[in-house]
Design a protein around this ligand. Structure first.
Ligand code: ADP
Ligand code: ZN
Length: 435
């Protein structure tokens, strides 16, 4: 199902034309209204008139997270505060938070993007959505809320936390769609199992994002909650949730390209990557944002853009599951390791005695990096059966070595001994950064 079929299924040629027109206007608008962009474009020798269409995008300078920090709080806004009706801020996962402002039209555009993602998973006004993303400065709660409201769903604006109460509410209010981070979805599933009430849930789908998660994790959530789990992608800087969304084919997230242009660049050379299927850094430009427009924003997220047509009929390109941020990449003994690779291995063993709750600890001992993976045992693995625990640990060590190319120490810990997250999970503790 579509929310705005005319845009979602617009033929590519028309879409490119629309993107070009909007880009030209957006560039002129930021040049006139944002001092930082004016200076930067002047410095780069680019005038707004030089941008005649999407093919000229690469002439524009990049915007960095540090710009949002340097111009904190309002320096990059293109409108006076009288026109700004709402502020949001990033959750600050990677340092000082940044703030973004929305005009009334921006909020409407955002709600439309979020409504598209709900339509794409088959939601209708008969559905009841439990929004268990955090409400507040974080964009998750409000983004889903506005989208659901626009579509006429019944919204339960419960926000995150108070996990048993969440389950009771889901049952009592007969929620059919759950929206939260994937790690919180798993925690909710685990709690529902513990309460013995999974059968009483009426959920049919979940809409999960805001952090990296693997296909294995999707499988787990789907099995435990008896739902279909969809991935959504967004970031505060661009709009929040609603930048990209999965359709019912669950094969990559469609980018709302009539509002955002996505590029993939080589983070070293900064050159666009055009080769199909190649991993690179995702760069987004807003093209019809009023309050806080951003041109060529470097997200640090590594991903792949899929340009082949999707069976759903949408013409928007798709993002593969982002591999994580380049900032999340760990360099351990000189080898690049993504936490998602470790998660991928662990979740393959979830029916063999471990759970999906894990923590990665990296440290440095005698100038040598150490990698420790702590993972909770399943309650039915006998903690006193040392032989089977050791066997399982050894299997995990071997598998991790073959996937990562380096050795890791695996320790199975007692059920429920690793802290759960109600928002974005904190999976990695890098003690090398703490000293
Ligand atoms: P913060 O930067 O403080 O975490 P945000 O809430 O804006 O604040 O987080 C946006 C980031 O979350 C994205 O840049 C990306 O790294 C991550 N993210 C969001 N959705 C997904 C997703 N579906 N898959 C992987 N990563 C995601
Ligand atoms: Zn599709």
């Amino acid at each position: 199902m579509y929310f705005q079929k005319d845009f979602e299924c617009m033929p590519r040629a028309d879409l490119t034309k629309l993107q070009s027109q909007r880009l030209v206007n957006q560039v002129k608008y930021v040049y006139e209204n944002v001092e930082c962009y004016r200076k930067r474009m002047d410095y780069a020798g680019v005038k707004p008139e030089d941008i005649k269409g999407i093919e000229d995008l690469k002439k524009l300078p990049f915007t960095y997270k540090s710009d949002l920090r340097d111009y904190y709080p309002y320096g990059l806004f293109a409108r006076p505060l009288t026109d700004i009706v709402e502020l949001h801020a990033s959750s600050g996962t990677t340092g000082k938070r940044i703030v973004v402002g929305y005009t009334k039209n921006d909020l409407d555009m955002w709600a439309g993007c979020a409504a598209r993602m709900l339509s794409a998973i088959g939601a209708t006004s008969d559905d009841i959505i439990q929004v268990a993303y955090g409400y507040g400065l974080f964009t998750g709660g409000f983004g889903l809320h506005y989208g659901a409201e626009k579509m006429g769903l019944t919204v339960i604006p419960i926000s995150s936390g108070n996990t048993e109460r969440q389950i009771e509410t889901m049952i009592d209010f007969k929620a059919t769609i759950l929206a939260c981070t994937p790690s919180y979805a798993l925690y909710l599933a685990e709690t529902a199992e513990k309460m013995g009430v999974v059968d009483q849930l009426k959920l049919k789908a979940g809409i999960f994002g805001a952090e990296p998660w693997t296909e294995e994790m999707r499988k787990q959530i789907e099995e435990k909650l008896h739902i279909k789990a969809y991935d959504i992608y967004g970031l505060t800087e661009i709009v929040g949730p609603g930048v990209a969304f999965e359709c019912d084919h669950q094969s990559g997230m469609h980018v709302n390209e009539d509002h955002f242009i996505v590029e993939v660049i080589d983070p070293e050379t900064l050159e666009p990557i055009t080769e199909e299927g190649a991993v690179g850094e995702l760069v987004f430009s807003t093209i019809d944002r009023e309050g806080a427009p951003l041109l060529r924003y470097r997200t640090r997220d590594l991903g792949v853009v899929i340009k082949t047509p999707c069976k759903c009929g949408r013409k928007f390109v798709r993002l593969s599951k982002p591999k994580g941020r380049s900032d999340d990449m760990l360099i351990i003994r000189g080898v690049n390791v993504f936490p998602s690779q470790i998660e991928g291995v662990l979740l393959q063993y979830c029916d063999k005695g471990i759970t999906a709750n894990y923590q990665i600890v990296v440290d440095r001992l005698n100038n040598n990096d150490t990698l420790d993976v702590f993972v909770e045992m399943a309650p039915d693995l006998f903690a006193d059966d040392m032989a089977s625990i050791e066997r399982l640990q050894k299997q995990l060590v071997d598998k991790l070595r073959s996937v990562l190319g380096i050795g890791a120490k695996v320790t199975l810990v007692n059920p429920n001994s690793i802290a759960r997250s109600e928002g974005k999970a904190k999976r990695v503790i890098d003690k090398r950064k703490l000293v």
